[in-house]
Design a binder for this molecule. Structure first.
Ligand code: LRH
Length: 489
Protein backbone atom coordinates (compact mmCIF):
# COMPACT_ATOMS: atom_id res chain seq x y z
CA UNK A 1 0.00 0.00 0.00
CA UNK A 2 1.25 3.47 -0.82
CA UNK A 3 -0.90 5.82 1.20
CA UNK A 4 0.23 9.43 0.89
CA UNK A 5 2.45 10.76 3.67
CA UNK A 6 2.50 14.38 4.79
CA UNK A 7 5.24 15.99 6.87
CA UNK A 8 4.00 18.27 9.66
CA UNK A 9 6.44 20.68 11.24
CA UNK A 10 4.99 21.65 14.63
CA UNK A 11 6.96 24.11 16.70
CA UNK A 12 5.89 24.63 20.30
CA UNK A 13 7.17 26.91 23.02
CA UNK A 14 9.53 24.28 24.42
CA UNK A 15 10.20 21.88 21.57
CA UNK A 16 9.84 21.42 17.85
CA UNK A 17 8.87 18.23 16.08
CA UNK A 18 8.65 16.89 12.59
CA UNK A 19 5.93 14.31 12.30
CA UNK A 20 4.88 12.28 9.32
CA UNK A 21 1.23 11.42 8.86
CA UNK A 22 0.08 8.53 6.71
CA UNK A 23 -3.48 9.14 5.59
CA UNK A 24 -6.04 6.82 4.05
CA UNK A 25 -9.86 6.86 4.27
CA UNK A 26 -9.83 4.73 7.42
CA UNK A 27 -6.33 5.09 8.80
CA UNK A 28 -4.34 7.94 10.18
CA UNK A 29 -0.93 7.11 11.54
CA UNK A 30 1.43 9.71 12.96
CA UNK A 31 5.14 9.04 13.43
CA UNK A 32 7.43 11.49 15.16
CA UNK A 33 10.62 11.43 13.11
CA UNK A 34 12.53 14.20 14.87
CA UNK A 35 12.24 16.26 18.03
CA UNK A 36 14.46 19.14 19.06
CA UNK A 37 14.58 21.65 21.89
CA UNK A 38 13.31 25.18 21.51
CA UNK A 39 15.46 27.17 23.90
CA UNK A 40 14.93 30.92 23.89
CA UNK A 41 17.99 33.08 24.50
CA UNK A 42 18.15 36.23 26.59
CA UNK A 43 20.19 38.93 24.84
CA UNK A 44 20.92 42.36 26.36
CA UNK A 45 17.90 43.83 24.57
CA UNK A 46 15.45 41.07 25.35
CA UNK A 47 14.32 37.48 25.12
CA UNK A 48 14.67 36.04 21.60
CA UNK A 49 13.77 32.89 19.73
CA UNK A 50 16.78 30.99 18.42
CA UNK A 51 15.19 30.85 15.00
CA UNK A 52 18.26 29.45 13.24
CA UNK A 53 18.36 26.43 15.50
CA UNK A 54 14.62 25.96 14.95
CA UNK A 55 15.17 26.15 11.21
CA UNK A 56 18.03 23.66 11.37
CA UNK A 57 15.95 21.34 13.56
CA UNK A 58 13.18 21.53 10.99
CA UNK A 59 15.58 20.71 8.13
CA UNK A 60 17.03 17.76 10.06
CA UNK A 61 13.47 16.58 10.68
CA UNK A 62 12.54 16.88 7.02
CA UNK A 63 15.63 14.86 6.16
CA UNK A 64 14.48 12.17 8.58
CA UNK A 65 11.02 12.32 6.99
CA UNK A 66 12.52 11.89 3.51
CA UNK A 67 14.47 8.84 4.69
CA UNK A 68 11.26 7.26 5.98
CA UNK A 69 9.64 7.26 2.51
CA UNK A 70 8.04 9.51 -0.12
CA UNK A 71 6.56 12.76 1.25
CA UNK A 72 3.64 14.33 -0.61
CA UNK A 73 3.84 17.78 0.98
CA UNK A 74 5.13 19.76 3.96
CA UNK A 75 3.14 22.03 6.33
CA UNK A 76 4.32 24.25 9.18
CA UNK A 77 2.55 25.47 12.32
CA UNK A 78 3.89 27.33 15.34
CA UNK A 79 2.65 29.47 18.23
CA UNK A 80 1.03 32.79 17.30
CA UNK A 81 1.88 36.53 17.38
CA UNK A 82 5.69 36.46 16.95
CA UNK A 83 7.34 37.57 13.74
CA UNK A 84 10.53 38.45 11.90
CA UNK A 85 11.16 41.54 9.79
CA UNK A 86 12.84 41.29 6.38
CA UNK A 87 14.79 44.07 4.68
CA UNK A 88 14.50 44.96 1.00
CA UNK A 89 16.88 42.11 0.09
CA UNK A 90 14.66 39.63 1.89
CA UNK A 91 17.19 39.14 4.72
CA UNK A 92 15.99 38.68 8.30
CA UNK A 93 16.61 41.71 10.54
CA UNK A 94 17.70 40.43 13.93
CA UNK A 95 16.25 37.52 15.88
CA UNK A 96 12.48 37.45 16.53
CA UNK A 97 11.45 38.46 20.03
CA UNK A 98 9.79 35.97 22.34
CA UNK A 99 6.25 36.95 23.32
CA UNK A 100 7.22 36.55 26.97
CA UNK A 101 9.75 39.36 26.65
CA UNK A 102 8.90 42.15 29.05
CA UNK A 103 9.14 45.08 26.64
CA UNK A 104 5.53 45.04 25.51
CA UNK A 105 3.57 46.42 28.45
CA UNK A 106 4.43 50.09 27.87
CA UNK A 107 4.17 49.68 24.10
CA UNK A 108 0.58 48.51 24.45
CA UNK A 109 -0.24 51.75 26.33
CA UNK A 110 1.23 53.74 23.44
CA UNK A 111 -0.96 51.92 20.92
CA UNK A 112 -4.08 52.29 23.04
CA UNK A 113 -3.45 56.04 23.31
CA UNK A 114 -3.76 56.29 19.50
CA UNK A 115 -6.46 53.71 18.99
CA UNK A 116 -8.70 52.88 21.93
CA UNK A 117 -9.30 49.35 23.12
CA UNK A 118 -12.92 49.53 21.95
CA UNK A 119 -11.96 50.62 18.45
CA UNK A 120 -9.33 47.88 18.20
CA UNK A 121 -11.74 45.21 19.38
CA UNK A 122 -14.59 46.33 17.12
CA UNK A 123 -12.41 45.51 14.11
CA UNK A 124 -9.96 42.81 15.18
CA UNK A 125 -12.09 41.10 17.84
CA UNK A 126 -8.77 40.13 19.46
CA UNK A 127 -8.36 39.60 23.20
CA UNK A 128 -5.99 42.00 24.85
CA UNK A 129 -2.70 40.26 25.55
CA UNK A 130 0.34 42.48 26.11
CA UNK A 131 2.25 40.58 23.45
CA UNK A 132 -0.20 40.87 20.55
CA UNK A 133 1.83 41.63 17.40
CA UNK A 134 0.34 45.11 17.19
CA UNK A 135 1.90 45.96 20.57
CA UNK A 136 5.22 44.30 19.79
CA UNK A 137 5.44 46.41 16.64
CA UNK A 138 4.99 49.58 18.67
CA UNK A 139 8.04 48.56 20.73
CA UNK A 140 9.98 47.64 17.58
CA UNK A 141 9.38 51.03 15.98
CA UNK A 142 11.95 52.76 18.12
CA UNK A 143 14.76 50.53 16.84
CA UNK A 144 17.19 51.08 13.94
CA UNK A 145 15.93 47.85 12.32
CA UNK A 146 12.54 49.36 11.81
CA UNK A 147 13.82 51.80 9.16
CA UNK A 148 15.10 48.90 7.08
CA UNK A 149 12.04 46.67 7.50
CA UNK A 150 10.02 45.99 4.35
CA UNK A 151 8.15 42.75 5.11
CA UNK A 152 6.70 41.26 8.27
CA UNK A 153 6.48 37.47 8.42
CA UNK A 154 4.88 35.60 11.30
CA UNK A 155 6.95 32.65 12.54
CA UNK A 156 5.47 29.89 10.34
CA UNK A 157 5.43 32.21 7.34
CA UNK A 158 9.12 33.02 7.93
CA UNK A 159 9.99 29.33 7.93
CA UNK A 160 7.89 28.76 4.79
CA UNK A 161 9.79 31.65 3.20
CA UNK A 162 13.13 30.05 4.03
CA UNK A 163 11.96 26.74 2.57
CA UNK A 164 10.39 28.09 -0.61
CA UNK A 165 11.37 31.72 -1.16
CA UNK A 166 7.69 32.70 -1.30
CA UNK A 167 6.19 35.38 0.92
CA UNK A 168 2.68 35.21 2.38
CA UNK A 169 0.65 35.53 5.55
CA UNK A 170 -1.55 32.60 6.51
CA UNK A 171 -4.89 33.86 7.84
CA UNK A 172 -5.38 31.85 11.05
CA UNK A 173 -2.15 33.25 12.41
CA UNK A 174 -2.60 36.71 10.85
CA UNK A 175 -5.76 36.90 12.94
CA UNK A 176 -3.63 37.02 16.11
CA UNK A 177 -1.77 40.18 15.10
CA UNK A 178 -4.44 42.70 16.09
CA UNK A 179 -4.27 44.14 12.57
CA UNK A 180 -6.67 41.68 10.95
CA UNK A 181 -10.37 42.34 10.41
CA UNK A 182 -12.36 39.59 12.12
CA UNK A 183 -15.46 40.40 10.06
CA UNK A 184 -13.94 40.35 6.58
CA UNK A 185 -11.02 37.95 7.13
CA UNK A 186 -8.51 40.35 5.59
CA UNK A 187 -5.81 42.69 6.84
CA UNK A 188 -7.44 45.78 8.32
CA UNK A 189 -6.23 48.64 6.16
CA UNK A 190 -8.10 50.94 8.53
CA UNK A 191 -6.20 49.86 11.68
CA UNK A 192 -2.88 49.60 9.85
CA UNK A 193 -3.33 53.15 8.56
CA UNK A 194 -4.60 54.53 11.86
CA UNK A 195 -1.51 53.22 13.66
CA UNK A 196 0.79 54.72 11.01
CA UNK A 197 2.17 51.36 9.85
CA UNK A 198 3.22 50.79 6.25
CA UNK A 199 0.60 48.68 4.51
CA UNK A 200 3.32 47.10 2.37
CA UNK A 201 4.83 45.40 5.45
CA UNK A 202 1.94 42.95 5.43
CA UNK A 203 2.13 40.26 2.75
CA UNK A 204 -0.74 38.84 0.71
CA UNK A 205 -2.92 36.45 2.68
CA UNK A 206 -3.05 32.70 2.26
CA UNK A 207 -5.91 30.46 3.30
CA UNK A 208 -5.20 27.07 4.89
CA UNK A 209 -4.92 24.67 2.00
CA UNK A 210 -3.38 27.17 -0.40
CA UNK A 211 -0.09 26.21 -2.03
CA UNK A 212 2.88 27.98 -0.45
CA UNK A 213 5.57 27.29 -3.01
CA UNK A 214 7.96 24.41 -3.53
CA UNK A 215 11.26 23.61 -1.82
CA UNK A 216 14.25 25.71 -2.90
CA UNK A 217 17.00 23.64 -4.56
CA UNK A 218 19.41 23.83 -1.61
CA UNK A 219 16.62 22.73 0.77
CA UNK A 220 15.78 19.82 -1.44
CA UNK A 221 19.46 18.89 -1.65
CA UNK A 222 19.98 19.01 2.14
CA UNK A 223 16.79 17.21 3.12
CA UNK A 224 16.71 14.66 0.32
CA UNK A 225 13.10 15.62 -0.46
CA UNK A 226 12.62 15.73 -4.24
CA UNK A 227 12.87 19.05 -6.05
CA UNK A 228 9.37 20.43 -6.52
CA UNK A 229 8.01 19.03 -3.23
CA UNK A 230 5.15 21.39 -2.37
CA UNK A 231 4.77 23.27 0.90
CA UNK A 232 1.10 23.63 1.76
CA UNK A 233 -0.27 26.45 3.89
CA UNK A 234 -1.95 24.72 6.83
CA UNK A 235 -3.77 26.39 9.72
CA UNK A 236 -0.36 27.72 10.69
CA UNK A 237 -1.48 28.93 14.12
CA UNK A 238 -1.04 25.79 16.22
CA UNK A 239 -4.28 26.41 18.09
CA UNK A 240 -6.22 26.63 14.82
CA UNK A 241 -4.76 23.30 13.70
CA UNK A 242 -5.66 21.76 17.06
CA UNK A 243 -9.26 23.00 16.90
CA UNK A 244 -9.62 21.66 13.36
CA UNK A 245 -8.73 18.21 14.71
CA UNK A 246 -11.09 18.25 17.72
CA UNK A 247 -13.00 14.96 17.33
CA UNK A 248 -16.39 16.57 17.87
CA UNK A 249 -19.62 15.65 16.15
CA UNK A 250 -22.28 17.41 18.24
CA UNK A 251 -22.96 21.13 17.77
CA UNK A 252 -22.77 22.12 21.46
CA UNK A 253 -19.15 21.22 21.97
CA UNK A 254 -16.58 23.34 23.72
CA UNK A 255 -12.86 22.72 23.53
CA UNK A 256 -9.78 23.26 25.62
CA UNK A 257 -6.56 23.03 23.63
CA UNK A 258 -4.23 22.39 26.47
CA UNK A 259 -0.46 22.69 26.25
CA UNK A 260 1.76 25.48 27.45
CA UNK A 261 -1.44 27.54 27.24
CA UNK A 262 -5.00 26.38 27.80
CA UNK A 263 -7.08 27.84 25.00
CA UNK A 264 -10.67 27.40 26.08
CA UNK A 265 -13.67 28.27 23.97
CA UNK A 266 -16.11 27.55 21.18
CA UNK A 267 -16.18 27.33 17.42
CA UNK A 268 -18.57 29.90 15.94
CA UNK A 269 -19.67 30.94 12.46
CA UNK A 270 -19.35 34.66 13.13
CA UNK A 271 -17.37 36.83 15.55
CA UNK A 272 -18.85 38.17 18.79
CA UNK A 273 -17.69 41.78 18.97
CA UNK A 274 -19.94 43.07 21.76
CA UNK A 275 -18.69 45.36 24.49
CA UNK A 276 -19.41 42.60 27.02
CA UNK A 277 -17.23 40.22 25.06
CA UNK A 278 -14.42 42.76 24.94
CA UNK A 279 -14.70 43.41 28.67
CA UNK A 280 -14.49 39.65 29.32
CA UNK A 281 -11.45 39.60 26.99
CA UNK A 282 -12.63 36.88 24.63
CA UNK A 283 -10.85 36.61 21.33
CA UNK A 284 -12.24 35.96 17.85
CA UNK A 285 -9.35 34.25 16.11
CA UNK A 286 -9.79 32.73 12.69
CA UNK A 287 -10.23 29.05 12.13
CA UNK A 288 -10.32 26.87 9.05
CA UNK A 289 -13.05 27.77 6.48
CA UNK A 290 -13.68 31.18 7.99
CA UNK A 291 -14.87 29.79 11.34
CA UNK A 292 -14.21 31.80 14.48
CA UNK A 293 -12.22 30.47 17.42
CA UNK A 294 -14.04 32.23 20.21
CA UNK A 295 -11.80 31.65 23.22
CA UNK A 296 -9.64 33.01 25.97
CA UNK A 297 -6.02 32.26 26.77
CA UNK A 298 -5.58 30.64 30.16
CA UNK A 299 -2.03 30.42 31.50
CA UNK A 300 -2.11 26.61 31.11
CA UNK A 301 0.57 24.01 31.79
CA UNK A 302 3.15 26.79 31.72
CA UNK A 303 2.55 27.14 35.46
CA UNK A 304 3.48 23.51 36.04
CA UNK A 305 6.32 23.45 33.48
CA UNK A 306 7.86 26.55 35.04
CA UNK A 307 7.52 25.08 38.57
CA UNK A 308 9.37 21.99 37.36
CA UNK A 309 12.12 24.07 35.75
CA UNK A 310 12.53 25.96 39.03
CA UNK A 311 12.78 22.73 41.04
CA UNK A 312 15.30 21.37 38.53
CA UNK A 313 17.44 24.50 38.82
CA UNK A 314 17.37 23.99 42.57
CA UNK A 315 18.71 20.47 42.15
CA UNK A 316 15.51 18.43 42.50
CA UNK A 317 14.10 16.67 39.50
CA UNK A 318 10.83 15.07 40.49
CA UNK A 319 9.28 13.06 37.65
CA UNK A 320 5.97 14.23 36.26
CA UNK A 321 4.36 10.90 37.20
CA UNK A 322 5.62 11.25 40.78
CA UNK A 323 4.39 14.83 41.02
CA UNK A 324 0.95 13.89 39.75
CA UNK A 325 0.70 11.00 42.20
CA UNK A 326 1.62 13.41 45.04
CA UNK A 327 -0.92 15.93 43.74
CA UNK A 328 -3.65 13.28 43.75
CA UNK A 329 -2.90 12.62 47.43
CA UNK A 330 -2.59 16.29 48.45
CA UNK A 331 -5.44 18.00 50.30
CA UNK A 332 -8.20 19.18 47.92
CA UNK A 333 -8.75 22.92 47.50
CA UNK A 334 -6.01 23.79 50.00
CA UNK A 335 -4.96 26.69 47.77
CA UNK A 336 -6.44 28.24 44.63
CA UNK A 337 -5.08 30.94 42.37
CA UNK A 338 -6.21 32.82 39.29
CA UNK A 339 -3.84 31.31 36.70
CA UNK A 340 -4.31 34.38 34.51
CA UNK A 341 -2.67 36.73 36.98
CA UNK A 342 -0.13 38.62 34.82
CA UNK A 343 2.60 37.97 37.40
CA UNK A 344 2.82 34.42 36.04
CA UNK A 345 3.55 35.41 32.42
CA UNK A 346 7.33 35.91 32.44
CA UNK A 347 9.83 33.06 32.83
CA UNK A 348 11.32 32.66 36.30
CA UNK A 349 10.75 31.21 39.74
CA UNK A 350 7.13 30.03 39.60
CA UNK A 351 6.70 28.50 43.09
CA UNK A 352 7.73 31.82 44.70
CA UNK A 353 5.24 33.72 42.59
CA UNK A 354 2.50 31.26 43.54
CA UNK A 355 3.48 31.73 47.21
CA UNK A 356 3.25 35.52 46.84
CA UNK A 357 -0.22 35.32 45.26
CA UNK A 358 -1.43 32.87 47.90
CA UNK A 359 -0.09 34.96 50.75
CA UNK A 360 -1.66 38.05 49.19
CA UNK A 361 -5.06 36.32 49.17
CA UNK A 362 -4.79 35.02 52.74
CA UNK A 363 -3.94 31.43 51.82
CA UNK A 364 -1.05 29.35 53.06
CA UNK A 365 1.62 28.31 50.53
CA UNK A 366 1.71 24.54 49.82
CA UNK A 367 4.26 22.55 51.80
CA UNK A 368 5.68 20.45 48.98
CA UNK A 369 5.75 19.99 45.19
CA UNK A 370 2.58 17.83 45.19
CA UNK A 371 0.71 20.69 46.85
CA UNK A 372 1.83 23.15 44.16
CA UNK A 373 0.81 20.78 41.41
CA UNK A 374 -2.59 20.27 43.01
CA UNK A 375 -3.01 24.02 43.36
CA UNK A 376 -2.11 24.58 39.70
CA UNK A 377 -4.36 21.81 38.33
CA UNK A 378 -7.40 22.65 40.45
CA UNK A 379 -6.95 26.31 39.57
CA UNK A 380 -6.75 25.47 35.86
CA UNK A 381 -9.92 23.35 36.12
CA UNK A 382 -11.65 26.34 37.74
CA UNK A 383 -10.37 28.62 34.99
CA UNK A 384 -11.66 26.19 32.34
CA UNK A 385 -15.03 26.28 34.05
CA UNK A 386 -15.45 30.02 34.29
CA UNK A 387 -14.07 30.63 30.79
CA UNK A 388 -16.30 28.08 29.06
CA UNK A 389 -19.40 29.13 30.99
CA UNK A 390 -18.79 32.76 30.10
CA UNK A 391 -18.06 31.94 26.45
CA UNK A 392 -21.35 30.05 26.23
CA UNK A 393 -23.22 32.97 27.80
CA UNK A 394 -21.66 35.57 25.52
CA UNK A 395 -22.22 33.49 22.40
CA UNK A 396 -25.72 32.35 23.39
CA UNK A 397 -24.84 28.64 23.37
CA UNK A 398 -25.64 25.65 25.54
CA UNK A 399 -22.69 23.38 26.27
CA UNK A 400 -23.03 19.62 26.04
CA UNK A 401 -19.44 18.36 26.16
CA UNK A 402 -15.85 19.51 26.49
CA UNK A 403 -13.13 18.19 24.21
CA UNK A 404 -9.76 18.49 25.89
CA UNK A 405 -7.00 18.11 23.30
CA UNK A 406 -3.23 18.64 23.23
CA UNK A 407 -0.49 17.42 25.55
CA UNK A 408 -2.53 18.39 28.62
CA UNK A 409 -5.13 15.76 27.68
CA UNK A 410 -2.66 13.13 28.94
CA UNK A 411 -3.03 14.60 32.42
CA UNK A 412 -5.81 12.52 33.94
CA UNK A 413 -6.21 14.73 37.00
CA UNK A 414 -6.73 17.80 34.85
CA UNK A 415 -9.27 15.99 32.67
CA UNK A 416 -11.22 14.60 35.61
CA UNK A 417 -11.18 17.88 37.53
CA UNK A 418 -12.29 19.81 34.44
CA UNK A 419 -15.28 17.44 34.23
CA UNK A 420 -15.96 17.74 37.98
CA UNK A 421 -15.66 21.53 38.04
CA UNK A 422 -17.86 22.10 35.00
CA UNK A 423 -20.36 19.29 35.51
CA UNK A 424 -19.85 18.38 31.85
CA UNK A 425 -18.52 15.21 30.24
CA UNK A 426 -14.95 15.57 29.01
CA UNK A 427 -13.56 13.70 26.02
CA UNK A 428 -9.78 13.72 26.28
CA UNK A 429 -7.51 13.48 23.27
CA UNK A 430 -5.96 13.39 20.87
CA UNK A 431 -2.79 14.68 22.53
CA UNK A 432 -1.41 15.28 19.04
CA UNK A 433 -4.32 17.41 17.86
CA UNK A 434 -2.10 20.12 16.40
CA UNK A 435 0.02 17.75 14.32
CA UNK A 436 -3.14 15.92 13.21
CA UNK A 437 -4.74 19.20 12.16
CA UNK A 438 -1.60 20.07 10.21
CA UNK A 439 -1.45 16.69 8.44
CA UNK A 440 -5.20 16.58 7.71
CA UNK A 441 -5.29 20.05 6.23
CA UNK A 442 -2.58 18.96 3.81
CA UNK A 443 -4.50 15.75 3.10
CA UNK A 444 -7.58 17.83 2.40
CA UNK A 445 -5.66 20.16 0.06
CA UNK A 446 -4.55 17.04 -1.80
CA UNK A 447 -8.09 15.72 -2.09
CA UNK A 448 -7.85 12.87 0.44
CA UNK A 449 -10.36 14.08 3.01
CA UNK A 450 -13.35 16.40 2.75
CA UNK A 451 -14.03 19.37 5.03
CA UNK A 452 -13.64 19.79 8.78
CA UNK A 453 -16.57 17.46 9.56
CA UNK A 454 -14.78 14.69 7.66
CA UNK A 455 -11.50 15.51 9.33
CA UNK A 456 -13.11 15.30 12.75
CA UNK A 457 -14.82 12.00 11.97
CA UNK A 458 -11.51 10.54 10.84
CA UNK A 459 -9.78 11.72 14.04
CA UNK A 460 -12.60 10.32 16.21
CA UNK A 461 -12.46 6.98 14.38
CA UNK A 462 -8.72 6.53 14.41
CA UNK A 463 -7.34 8.15 17.56
CA UNK A 464 -7.47 6.93 21.11
CA UNK A 465 -9.85 9.02 23.23
CA UNK A 466 -10.73 8.80 26.92
CA UNK A 467 -14.02 9.80 28.51
CA UNK A 468 -14.53 11.42 31.90
CA UNK A 469 -17.87 11.96 33.59
CA UNK A 470 -18.31 14.49 36.39
CA UNK A 471 -17.83 13.04 39.86
CA UNK A 472 -17.70 14.24 43.45
CA UNK A 473 -19.38 17.17 45.15
CA UNK A 474 -20.06 20.02 42.69
CA UNK A 475 -20.56 22.36 45.68
CA UNK A 476 -16.90 22.01 46.58
CA UNK A 477 -15.95 23.54 43.22
CA UNK A 478 -18.50 26.33 43.67
CA UNK A 479 -17.00 27.19 47.05
CA UNK A 480 -13.47 27.11 45.65
CA UNK A 481 -14.56 29.39 42.79
CA UNK A 482 -16.11 31.81 45.31
CA UNK A 483 -12.81 32.02 47.14
CA UNK A 484 -11.26 33.59 44.06
CA UNK A 485 -13.63 36.54 44.38
CA UNK A 486 -15.21 38.28 41.40
CA UNK A 487 -13.77 36.52 38.39
CA UNK A 488 -11.85 38.46 35.80
CA UNK A 489 -13.88 36.78 33.06
C1 LRH B 1 -0.37 28.39 21.77
C2 LRH B 1 -0.41 29.78 21.21
C3 LRH B 1 -1.66 30.53 21.63
C4 LRH B 1 -1.17 31.94 21.57
C5 LRH B 1 0.21 31.79 22.19
C6 LRH B 1 1.17 32.89 21.92
O1 LRH B 1 0.81 27.74 21.41
O2 LRH B 1 -0.31 29.77 19.81
O3 LRH B 1 -2.79 30.30 20.81
O4 LRH B 1 -1.97 32.88 22.19
O5 LRH B 1 0.68 30.53 21.73
Amino acid sequence: RHDPVFAAVDLGATSGRVITGRVSPDELVLTEVHRFANTPVRLPDGLRWDVLSLYQGMLDGLRAAARSGPVTSVGIDTWAVDYGLLDSDGALLGLPFHYRDGRNASASDAVLAVCGAQELYAVSGLQHLPFNTVFQLAAHRSTAQWEAARTLLLMPDLLVYWLTGTVGAEVTNASTTGLFDARTGTWSDALIGRLGLERSLFPPLREPGDPAGTLLPHVSEFTGLPAGTPVTAVASHDTASAVAAVPASEPGFAYVSCGTWSLAGLELDAPVLSEESRAANFTNERGVDGTVRYLRNIMGMWLLEECRRTWEREGGSPSLAGLLADAARARPFAAVIDPDDPVFLAPGDMPSRIDAVLTGTGQAPPDGPGGYVRCVLESLALAHRRTLRRAAQLAGRELSRIHLVGGGSRNELLCQWTADATGLPVTAGPAEATALGNVLLQARAHGLVGGTADTRRLVARTQELRHYTPQGDPGAWDRAADRLGPARV
